[in-house]
Ligand binder design. Structure first.
Ligand SMILES: *[C@@H]1O[C@H](CO)[C@@H](O)[C@H](O)[C@H]1NC(C)=O
Ligand SMILES: *[C@@H]1O[C@H](CO)[C@@H](O)[C@H](O)[C@H]1NC(C)=O
Ligand SMILES: *[C@@H]1O[C@H](CO)[C@@H](O)[C@H](O)[C@H]1NC(C)=O
Ligand SMILES: *[C@@H]1O[C@H](CO)[C@@H](O)[C@H](O)[C@H]1NC(C)=O
Length: 468
């Protein structure tokens, strides 16, 4: 009996402790991120809450799935009932000097094939408060791109002024002049309405500006990159280094991005808000791809028509040669320096792998998620800043038969396809050398080196019709 009582007491005490623990940890989970975020958001927005419309926006931020209640005007075109792969969005207002809008649209359509266009829709937000200008511009675009409007490739919208939050008497952060603050604040709202409208049109959303030139086949280049990133976390992929050009989002994130811009519309320019958005959603580093697929062409900014000659020197108009880099995991036994992870060599982005003094028989292996027919491999090691950190002696092998079906880190049957020359490997027509579908691509170090090794990029092209 005493024993039973003791056990009962022990059990009850443990139960109570567990309950307290659960309550505390649940509180913690709710408290840490959102509370801090809410408090921070709250402090900044206290002022804005005085306007009833903004109070509504603030409430909606806490419920990111809620669509914005804006009645958009359709100036041309209509969304198709079929969800597309990509929405290309841009917003435009009357400029004091120079207009590049039709050139921009021309470039988008010229650099896309008919097959690309089937999976794509372009949304233009004519965001001027001068309805005369909006109508005139919409008419002009409709005339020039009638065929794309009819085919559902192009939609022109306008969000009426009544939905805008106050644009006078705004905060003068960064000591910006009043008209500058008004311009950038309105621009944030223009974009927010554009995002909100586009949220349900496609799987991905690409932001550009109204004065850009596109690279040839930018659509398939973006698709390749997205495919190679399958399974990895990202918020924003960048295809240009400038402003709000060439930034890719998951469409499912657009409502939240729209509400975020609305909430902080008067605090800072959109390019800064975007960085905060990415960081808040825990993507710490910029993921940018080279070559850039979009170039800024405007000579004058939309604000006051002042000169704006920013150019992206990584832009290549004919970037036909974007590698496929199919989804894969990367493994190495070379000691890794800090956070220069092996996957960075394979990611198509600016980042790279950096390892310490590789020894003979060290490996660096890419294991594909599923077998692929490899046609070309290009591997660049070393860098301009660290010229001696290249792979001095190595060979490249292609393998099949991953050791075990799940979580395989290596293959068994390897065929050597060539050697590194001065730290570079570049071979085409590999499908003629290797007559099987590859599951692994492996760099094997063949001599000890005291220098460290940078693997700057690994590019792999595949043949579409892999034998499965
Ligand atoms: C969030 O939005 C959805 C969709 O509009 C709605 O059904 C739901 O009630 C909202 N939740 C809250 C807590 O407001
Ligand atoms: C949306 O706005 C209209 C008028 O502006 C209003 O009648 C309607 O109730 C609103 N809907 C929601 C879900 O808030
Ligand atoms: C989004 O699109 C799907 C299909 O295209 C449709 O069924 C759904 O109602 C849409 N949702 C909203 C909120 O518009
Ligand atoms: C290469 O390095 C490995 C490990 O660091 C060492 O065991 C081996 O003796 C070295 N080989 C030569 C030829 O120096």
């Amino acid at each position: 009996m005493r024993c039973y009582l003791k056990r009962f007491v022990v059990a009850s005490v443990s139960f109570i402790f567990m309950l307290i623990f659960i309550i505390l940890s649940a509180r913690n989970e709710v408290d840490t991120v959102p509370e801090e975020y809410k408090r921070w958001a709250g402090e900044i927005t206290i002022q804005e809450l005085h306007s009833s419309r903004n109070a509504m926006n603030f409430r909606e931020l806490l419920n990111a799935s809620a669509p914005m209640n804006v009645s958009y005007q359709y100036l041309a075109g209509f969304p198709s009932s079929k969800k597309k792969y990509l929405t290309v969005g841009l917003s435009s207002v009357k400029r004091k000097r120079g207009s590049y809008l039709t050139e921009t649209l021309k470039s988008i359509f010229e650099q896309s094939t008919n097959d690309d266009l089937k999976e794509m829709v372009v949304v233009v937000h004519l965001a001027d408060f001068d309805m005369g200008w909006n109508s005139k511009t919409a008419e002009e675009i409709s005339r020039k791109f009638a065929h794309h409007i009819i085919s559902g490739h192009l939609i022109i919208i306008h969000a009426p002024q009544e939905y805008y939050p106050p644009l006078a008497g705004l905060k003068r952060n960064y000591n910006d002049p009043e008209d500058r603050v008004k311009f950038r604040s309105k621009q944030n709202v223009d974009y927010a309405f554009l995002f909100s409208f586009s949220a349900n049109l496609s799987n991905y959303y690409l932001m550009i500006e109204d004065d850009v030139r596109c690279a040839k086949s930018f659509f398939s280049a973006i698709k390749k990159v997205v495919t190679s990133r399958e399974g990895s976390y990202w918020v924003t992929l960048e295809f240009s280094k400038l402003g709000f050009i060439g930034k890719l989002y998951h469409s499912s994130e657009l409502s939240r991005l729209a509400q975020f811009l609305l909430l902080f519309y008067q605090e800072m320019p959109c390019d800064w808000l975007l960085v905060h958005f990415r960081v808040l959603l825990t993507q710490k580093d910029v993921i940018r791809f080279k070559p850039s697929l979009f170039q800024h062409v405007g000579l004058y900014s939309s604000f006051r028509g002042t000169a704006n000659k920013l150019k992206d020197d990584d832009f290549e108009e004919d970037s036909f040669d974007i590698p496929d880099n199919p989804p894969a995991t990367v493994h190495t036994d070379i000691p890794i320096f800090e956070n220069y992870q092996p996957s960075k060599a394979y990611s198509n982005s600016e980042e790279y792998f950096w390892g310490k003094s590789p020894a003979s028989r060290n490996y660096f292996t890419i294991v594909f998620a599923k077998p692929v027919r490899v046609s070309r491999i290009r591997i660049l090691t070393g860098s301009e800043e660290r010229q001696s950190d290249y792979l001095h002696h190595g060979v490249l092998e292609i393998g099949s038969n991953p050791a075990s079906a799940r979580n395989a880190k290596d293959c068994s049957n390897y065929v050597q396809v060539g050697k590194f020359e001065s730290g570079q490997f570049n071979k085409k027509n590999i499908e003629r050398l290797v007559d099987f579908d590859a599951q692994c691509v492996k760099i094997v170090v063949t001599e000890n080196q005291t220098e460290w090794v940078i693997i700057k990029s690994i590019s792999i092209w595949t043949k579409q019709n892999a034998v499965s």
